[in-house]
Design a protein around this ligand. Sequence first.
Ligand code: MEV
Length: 430
Amino acid sequence: MSGNETSRIPGFYKLSPDERVKALQDAGADIALAPWRDEGLRLQDADLMVENVIGTFSLPNAVAVNFCIDGADRLVPMVVEEPSVVAAVSNMARLARRSGGFVTESSSDIMIGQLQLSNVQAPAEAVSKLEAARDELLAQAATIHPRLVARGGGMRGIDVRHVVYDEPGYPREDMVVLHIHLDCVDAMGANMVNTVVEHLAPLVEGITGEQVGLKILSNLADKRLAKATVRIDPKYLSTATLKGTEVAERIASAWRFAWADPYRAATHNKGVMNGIDAVALATGNDWRAIEAGAHAWCARDGHYRPMTTWRFDGDMLVGSIELPVQFGTVGGTIRVHPTVQANLALLGAEKANDLARVAVAVGLAQNLGALKALATEGIQAGHMRMHARTVAATAGATTAEVPRVAMALCAKRDYSVAYAERVLGELRGG
Ligand code: MEV
């Protein structure tokens, strides 16, 4: 988004897809419909992207509304198959904007590449030889991507690590691992990093006299972090039966459960990734890399922890998230996929670290939605309200009939296709 657009579009969820596009245009978004409908990914481009292509595959492309991030309204495209995700995140964004919205920051756009020396007999010696050759290694690496340097990126440093394989019951193995730090600017950077590490391998072998094993980027991109925080006034959290302060304390307690128990942390984090992955998909990003980095980061103290924190100090509920984020806004799929370009334009994200900051804010909002539901009415009530529409359609309801059938399913809390068919029959006068 750019200019005077607003992301606050009341009743957006009640509109038809065409009316939503019109509402986005009325809200100031400069969008054309074609990339989301008949001008998506072309077969010939898909065929160049991966192997053995027989066609393309569609998923719902939704827009989360109400987001205010760093004082600016943002319309957030999300590609996801799960009901409730977009509704929940839009509701939480509405709640958050009443207390000022999300505040974000990011570190650098630096990705890490690894060159591994395995089975090293004198690891300390190999480490010092590589450290002594730091300038030579940096100078050689700096020649590899001149266009990246012209865009403001390039080599930022080198680290040497001694890594030990000491699994009980098996022979010990010493490894020396060289890390290169490459500022990839707006690219996700996997290809760039992999090119650098492969190019440096002969030099590393010459310096150490050891053989290089693996040469590959690390998805634990802990030099490319994005952070978001939000402060919620508990008065906006109250329900028909609970005071806002009670809900805030229950949310903080639900977070403590995730901190203490990896079984809960995995589910808590799955909910965070519902939002982040949906943004990654909509913007043509490698969600597997983002997932891998996020989960590895959560285990950095040796125990798998939640991706977010929620604390209630009696005054405000404060949430935060910090994750490695390997997002790009140029290169790869992004260049050839018209829908991805349209989504990036709708979001108004040109810089990779801007996209990453939006994504973590979405993850934090998504987590708040899940915790609030879990801490109050439970997750199924809202989920089934959304799911009712799919059940109605499965039972054969037309677009016009879906809302009435769904409403009947919700009223009776019976979400079976059989009941939907019965309702549909009655509706049609059968
Ligand atoms: C479902 O997709 C995500 C949740 O399970 C997340 C959570 O439990 O926090 C609702």
